[in-house]
Design a protein around this ligand. Structure first.
Ligand code: HMG
Ligand code: MG
Length: 311
């Protein structure tokens, strides 16, 4: 079902402050996270996943959620959404108290990953998400859904596309406005991503799907392009390629936001994002973490700037 007509615009959901920083060993200060969000807003990001309301024992890096979110929202940029992860009702209630207007529930297509990530089976997780979506809708809060391990699982290997479709369809039926498909460990290649999307698209309209591809094997940009050709027009990405997953050893960050923007610019597809400002943000947050940006595009843009400055 390749669709050769590419969209005029795509929506990019920025993952840096959440998926990116959740996996950093050194604790990143709340002030630094706040500054990261502000820089991302200035670069033109319209959806910035800000933090997660999970157990601080499980993910200490997100332990400042109740301080960070209100500070972000106190000076929210117009038209920008600040979704947060909420695995259960406890997390949802804490997120709501902190002012969240959009939350995300996160399930998996692999039983072992579900157990390691959220300490319950897939069926149990879906049971826990239902009251979250009901409470959210009653409070006028939007809910996004995630499915992890859509191609491969660090514990079980290959994952059947049908298993992904089943979880995605249940999340949609619960009222998630969009389902983001996570190649959590970045093992996907375009052929596998297409097979998975074909199965999911039979149950969930493509306009309600997002691609969430980690870049462990350098295939994430190719997977974004394969998904674009199949009609997907929403992509999750992380500035500077930050991140990984605490429950998927060896997984690297999401596809870098600047790599996706470079691809879209080359295709003439609008993202509303200023590439130069984004690269500045990638360089800034990477410096805060004591390293260079992981992404090829950030490195190339920075190298070109340095050369121009010397000429
Ligand atoms: P659990 O231990 O099964 O929960 O954890 P429980 O209900 O048995 O409670 C145990 C303790 O946790 C209790 O505290 C609860 O109050 C507390 P205690 O009495 O021991 O002091 N608790 C909470 N505290 C804060 N916030 C909460 C919460 N819920 C219970 N919401 C739980 C279940 C889901 C909380 C736990 O397993 C957890 O926090 N897991 C972390 C999951 C996570 O953040 N993973 C990374 C994000 S997912 C991801 O990165 C994938 C994605 O990017 C897509 C992709 O790439 O595939 C989205
Ligand atoms: Mg992820």
């Amino acid at each position: 079902m390749a669709n050769s007509i590419l969209p005029a615009a795509v929506r990019i959901v920025e993952m840096g402050p959440r998926d990116g920083l959740q996996n950093e060993k050194q604790l990143v200060s709340t002030d630094t996270k706040l500054e990261l969000v502000r820089r991302l807003e200035r670069a033109g990001l319209k959806a910035i996943e800000t933090t997660s309301f999970v157990s601080p024992k499980w993910v200490p890096q997100m332990g400042d959620n109740a301080e960070l979110l209100p500070r972000v929202l106190a000076a929210a940029a117009p038209g920008v959404a600040y979704p947060v992860l909420t695995p259960n009702l406890k997390g949802f209630e804490a997120a709501l108290a902190a002012g969240a207007r959009e939350v995300a529930v996160f399930g998996a297509a692999s039983e072992s990953f579900s157990q390691k990530n959220i300490n319950c089976s897939i069926a149990k997780s879906l049971e826990r998400f239902r009251p979250v979506t009901e409470a959210a809708h009653a409070a006028g809060v939007r809910v996004r859904g995630y499915v992890s391990c859509v191609v491969g699982c660090p514990y079980e290997g290959a994952v059947a596309p049908q298993a992904v479709a089943d979880v995605a369809a249940t999340l949609l039926e619960m009222g998630c406005y969009e389902v983001s498909l996570g190649d959590t460990i970045g093992v996907g290649t375009p052929a596998g991503i297409r097979r998975m999307l074909e199965a999911v698209a039979k149950r969930v309209p493509v306009v309600k799907l997002a691609g969430h591809y980690h870049d462990t094997y350098g295939m994430a940009v190719a997977n974004v392009f394969a998904s674009l050709e199949m009609g997907v027009a929403v992509f999750d990405a992380s500035v500077g390629g930050l991140g990984g997953c605490p429950y998927a050893a060896g997984a690297s960050g999401n596809v870098a936001t600047e790599d996706v923007v470079w691809l879209m610019n080359g295709l003439g597809i609008d993202t509303g994002i200023d590439l130069e400002a984004l690269v500045d943000t990638a360089a800034w947050i990477s410096a805060q973490l004591g390293r260079e940006p992981a992404s090829r595009v950030a490195r190339a843009v920075l190298a070109k700037r340095a050369k121009t400055a010397c000429a």
